[in-house]
Design a protein around this ligand. Structure first.
Ligand SMILES: NC(=O)c1ccc[n+]([C@@H]2O[C@H](COP(=O)([O-])OP(=O)(O)OC[C@H]3O[C@@H](n4cnc5c(N)ncnc54)[C@H](OP(=O)(O)O)[C@@H]3O)[C@@H](O)[C@H]2O)c1
Length: 349
């Protein structure tokens, strides 16, 4: 990125910080759709990108969660995270104890802060693995130690499946209502600003809403054009639980799950992408965002990280949304049946 462009972005950031609504107007009011933020008619408007990347979803506890985030499962180095934060405007970073990369994420956060980003601007999620179900506070304190943070913005129960006893057959006696009490304690102690769940289905959510003192703020689940989970999404919307879509590109490198199909090669997504002069990945991400979901996508590549976050400025017509809706095939990538640690249970399909 050239010096002039960095300076321009910096000025835009400052203006944006103080008058986001005015900027929205000046951008759309310009003839030819070219405003101060656009370097040329063909360029993606930097002003619009900045405006959109700062877009957040307001959670049921009043906290704001940035609508587009960087997943870090299997991320190889912290440079891509640092670059994504500092240069591309990512503010939401998703990690988990079980990814064994909280230290790496911590290095990226440190570098971003050294580059002038404040901790308050960042939204950091980590997750409780089932080995920590008996004491979520202890597990979170350990995660915070690895992340070198005083608090996380979001703490999630990663999977609603308790560990096995040594016999590998009997579940440990840690019922979910007890685990949730531990999660609530994390909020009371100020070490998690918000708490939520992941991979919960409607039945588990109903149960949780019946016993929770603090209702879950979000449910992080697999959502992409081949696995749309419409019923679950409608339930979450009705009960004020934000949906965070993981594997939004259907995790194309994964060997397990699904039907071996790759949404990035889908002819309909390709056709829509051609008409927007974008990529199928950007169309899949834009569709998910337009449903109202928070979206977290992972890449080890800074060019693809830029491509992905630019999806925030793609607007799909209702006809295009309907076309993508027709691609639903109930093809789940992350299927616990593949995983011995969960006893190869074919859960939540
Ligand atoms: N709560 C849960 O149980 C759970 C489960 C799974 C995932 N997650 C979270 O969700 C995040 C995202 O899910 P995910 O990583 O499985 O899947 P994903 O974001 O759908 O796909 C990631 C894969 O797509 C490739 N990719 C990324 N951008 C691309 C682009 N523009 N064009 C072509 N290929 C592209 C990446 O390869 P390169 O790296 O080579 O670019 C990577 O192989 C995870 O990192 C994790 O933080 C949570």
């Amino acid at each position: 990125m050239g010096e002039t462009k960095i300076l321009k972005l910096l000025i835009l950031c400052i203006i944006l910080l103080y008058s986001p609504i005015d900027l929205a107007k000046s951008c759309s009011e310009e003839p030819d759709g070219v405003c101060e933020g656009c370097t040329s008619e063909n360029d993606i408007c930097t002003m619009k990108i900045l405006q959109e990347t700062s877009r957040s979803v307001v959670l049921n506890n009043g906290e704001k969660m940035p609508a587009f985030g960087l997943g870090t499962y299997d991320i190889q180095n912290q440079e891509v995270i640092t670059y994504s934060i500092v240069e591309l405007g990512y503010r939401h970073i998703d990690t988990a104890q079980v990814y064994e990369n909280e230290e790496l994420v911590s290095k990226a956060i440190k570098e971003a802060i050294q580059a002038g980003i404040s901790r308050d601007e960042l939204f950091i999620t980590t997750k409780l693995w089932n080995s920590g179900f008996e004491n979520p506070v202890k597990a979170l304190r350990e995660s915070l130690g690895r992340l070198n943070l005083k608090y996380v913005d979001m703490y999630l129960i990663h999977w609603p499946i308790p560990e096995f006893e040594e016999d590998k057959k009997t579940f440990k006696k840690t019922p979910m209502h007890q685990v949730w009490q531990g999660m609530e304690r994390c909020v009371e102690l100020g070490i998690a600003k918000s708490i939520g769940v992941s991979n919960f289905n409607v039945q588990l959510l109903i149960d949780m809403l019946a016993y929770a003192k603090i209702p879950p703020t979000c449910n992080q689940v697999e959502v992409h054009p081949y696995y749309q989970q419409e019923g679950l999404l409608q339930f979450c919307q009705k009960y004020g639980i934000a949906v965070v879509a993981y594997a939004p590109l259907s995790s194309p490198a994964r060997p397990d799950g699904g039907n071996g199909r790759n949404i990035l090669k889908d002819p309909i997504l390709q056709q829509i992408a051609n008409s927007h002069d974008t990529t199928p990945a950007q169309i899949a991400l834009a569709w998910n965002l337009q449903l109202g979901n928070v979206v977290i996508s992972k890449t080890n590549n800074v060019t693809r990280a830029k491509e992905n976050i630019e999806a925030v400025s793609v607007a799909l017509s209702s006809k295009e949304m309907d076309l993508i809706r027709s691609l639903d095939a109930n093809e789940k990538i992350y299927d616990t049946q593949e995983w011995e640690c969960f006893g190869n249970i074919h859960a939540f399909k």
